[in-house]
Design a binder for this molecule. Structure first.
Ligand code: ZN
Length: 267
C-alpha cells in the first residue's frame, strides 16, 4: 500500500519514530483488533487505536448507552444515550479517523460464536466485567493462538496483563484457576469505580496492542501490572505459567471452548 498525502500528515509523528516508521504505520493500518466491551476500558482502547490508525477495529457489546455510563465511557455522549453502544462507538471512531473500518458486533459473545468472531483478528482486547466471559474469551484466544490483552478496574484499582498461554507464559486460568462464587467479587455497579481508571488501564492496554502489532519492546506477558490510584503506585507481580493449568498446562483437560458468559455490562 502507498500512503495518501493526508495519511503522511496524520501519522507523521509515528512515521518519524525510527521504531515505527512508514513500515510500522502500514502494519498498523493493515492490522485488525477486536475489543470486547465498548465501555470504560474499551473506550480509551478504541479511541487510541483508531487515532493510531489501526485499520480494522471490531467492538463487541450488546448494551445500549446509559446515562450512568458517561462517567467513564468516553466513546459515548449525552446525545447517544439510549443508542446501541457499538453504533455510538462507530460514530465517534469514524469521526476521529475515517481510515479505520469499525465493525460493530451487537450480540452476546458465547462459547458457540466466540471462535468464529475472533478468527479474523490479530489481537483480542478484553474489557468485559465478569468471570464467565473472561474464561470463554481466554479459552478461545488460546485455541486460536491470539494474544489477549486483558484489563480490569474496580473502585480505585486496576490491572493489566497480556495473556499468551500458547507460549511459555500464562493464560487467564493460570492466574485465576476458578471463578469466585457469584456475589463474592462485587461488580462496578455494586462497588463503584473511579471513572478515570478506565483511561489509565485502557490506555496501557492500547500501548500493549501496538507493541504486539509492531513487535516492539517487552510485552507484559509474564507479569501482572497492578495500579493503585490512591497510593499512586504501579507494581508488577510475576505471574508464572501453571504446569497443571487445565487449558495451557502439560496435561490439559479443556479441549474446546465451553461455559456461559454472563454479560452484565462492559466495565
Ligand atoms: Zn493456563
Amino acid at each position: 500500500m502507498e500512503f495518501r498525502e493526508d495519511q503522511i500528515e496524520r501519522y507523521s509523528r509515528h512515521i518519524i519514530l525510527k521504531e515505527v516508521g512508514g513500515s510500522g504505520q502500514k502494519k498498523l493500518l493493515q492490522s485488525k483488533v477486536l475489543i470486547i466491551g465498548a465501555g470504560g476500558l474499551g473506550s480509551p482502547v478504541a479511541l487510541y487505536l483508531a487515532a493510531a490508525g489501526v485499520g480494522t477495529l471490531a467492538l463487541a457489546d450488546m448494551d445500549n448507552v446509559d446515562l450512568s455510563n458517561l462517567q467513564r465511557q468516553i466513546l459515548h455522549s449525552t446525545k447517544t444515550v439510549g443508542k446501541p453502544k457499538v453504533l455510538s462507538a462507530h460514530e465517534t471512531l469514524t469521526d476521529m479517523n475515517p481510515d479505520v473500518r469499525v465493525v460493530p458486533i451487537q450480540e452476546r459473545l458465547t462459547a458457540e460464536n466466540v471462535t468464529s468472531l475472533f478468527q479474523d483478528y490479530d489481537v483480542i482486547v478484553d474489557g468485559s466485567d465478569n468471570f464467565g466471559t473472561r474464561y470463554v474469551v481466554n479459552d478461545a484466544a488460546f485455541f486460536l493462538k491470539k494474544p489477549l490483552v486483558s484489563g480490569s478496574i474496580l473502585r480505585f484499582e486496576g490491572q493489566v496483563v497480556v495473556l499468551e498461554g500458547y507460549r511459555s507464559t500464562p493464560c487467564y486460568r493460570c492466574l485465576y484457576p476458578e471463578a469466585p462464587p457469584p456475589g463474592l467479587v462485587p461488580s462496578c455497579s455494586e462497588a463503584g469505580v473511579l471513572g478515570v481508571l478506565g483511561g489509565t488501564i485502557g490506555t496501557l492496554q492500547a500501548v500493549e496492542v501496538i507493541k504486539i502489532i509492531l513487535g516492539l519492546g517487552d510485552v507484559l506477558n509474564d507479569r501482572l501490572l497492578i495500579y493503585d490510584a490512591l497510593s499512586m503506585s504501579f507494581r508488577k507481580v510475576r505471574v508464572p505459567k501453571d504446569p497443571n493449568c487445565p487449558l495451557c498446562g502439560k496435561n490439559p483437560s479443556i479441549r474446546t471452548v465451553s461455559g456461559s458468559t454472563d454479560w452484565a455490562c462492559s466495565i
